[in-house]
Design a protein around this ligand. Structure first.
Ligand SMILES: [Cu+2]
Length: 319
């Protein structure tokens, strides 16, 4: 199997993709064949037996019964439909029955990003990192509305619902980067709810896990915070240049007075920032909706410190 895209299909890079594709091509060519047959015969009959000049207007009597023909048009389509059913059902089972030795990744969808938690404790946002040639089980859930986890190159798509777990699995056959989409309209920034699946060799994956544990080491906290601002998707709602988005801009927030929904005010200090990240609904900024997801469990203390340092650095204190 090769990973190049075709006219009809994106690259195929999972163990189940080949089967999905062959069934698709079978359906496609069966449809093309019958389309050509039916339209071709229609055109032929229309021209051959059209009313000509001098016709009296009475219909000729044709054959009234042809048992062989009738049996053929019942039996042949039935066989084709049964083939499609069996083929499709086997493919469906294949996609639904998760191999027992699969490594497990927890996937969370929320407006408007994906987050991933790995068995070893690492976590990522909008980037799923997996080893090649290893079955991966995804346990999917949503923090808010219905999303859908869709990786075209693996031919998997699964609805992601609040209040219950959904499952999907895949085994990547090639290293590389593959697109990840949300395939269920989930609000104003649905189209930006995209990401990447990065498939690494076994050794690179181990190295990545170790690197993830050391992330931010040797970097100034504000610089590391700037990375997290992008990698943890704060960037989708908070600008740095003063433009309000779904959330207030970070420009000049730190050290200033913030008016809250109930009319009271607070000074945006370290504790306020920290609380805003872990428990966004505790103090709502006036004029904004409570759409910020909690990052409880998604960010370590070190990461929160870095984000606080970053927000401080964005035209903060008395600029
Ligand atoms: Cu979505």
């Amino acid at each position: 199997m090769d990973t190049t895209a075709t006219f009809w299909m994106p690259p195929s890079a999972s163990t189940t993709a080949g089967d999905v594709d062959s069934l698709f091509y079978f359906l496609l060519w069966v449809s093309v064949f019958f389309f050509a047959l039916i339209v071709g015969l229609s055109i032929l009959f229309i021209t051959k037996w059209r009313r000509r000049k001098g016709d009296t207007g009475r219909l000729d009597t044709g054959p009234t019964k042809n048992t062989l023909l009738e049996v053929a048009w019942i039996v042949i389509p039935t066989i084709i439909v049964v083939i499609i059913f069996v083929w499709g059902f086997r493919g469906y089972m294949n996609l639904s029955v998760i191999p027992a030795n699969a490594m497990e990744v927890k996937v969370t969808g929320q407006q408007w990003f994906w987050s991933f938690q790995y068995p070893e404790g690492a976590s990522t946002v909008n980037e799923l990192v997996v080893p090649v040639d290893t079955p991966v089980k995804l346990t999917l859930s949503s923090q808010d509305v219905i999303h859908a986890f869709y990786v075209p190159s693996f031919r998997i798509k699964r609805d992601v619902l609040p209040n219950r777990y959904q499952f999907a699995w895949f085994e990547a056959t090639h290293t590389g980067e593959y697109d990840l989409f949300c395939a269920e309209y989930c609000g104003s920034k649905h189209s930006q709810m995209t990401g990447t699946v990065r498939v690494l060799s076994g050794a690179d994956y181990k190295a990545w896990l170790e690197g993830a544990a050391l992330a931010g080491e040797g970097m100034a906290p504000a610089e590391y915070g700037g990375r997290l601002y992008e990698s943890k998707a704060c960037v989708t709602c908070h600008s740095l240049d003063g433009t309000p988005g779904n959330g207030p801009s970070f420009l000049g927030v730190f050290g200033h007075e913030v008016t809250l929904e109930d009319g009271s005010t607070v000074i945006a200090d370290e504790n306020y920032i920290r609380e805003s990240i872990l428990n966004p609904k505790a103090k709502l900024v006036a004029g904004y909706q409570a759409v910020m997801p909690t990052y409880q469990g998604l960010l370590s203390d070190g990461e929160i410190d870095a984000l606080v340092a970053f927000i401080k650095s964005v035209g903060g204190e008395g600029e």
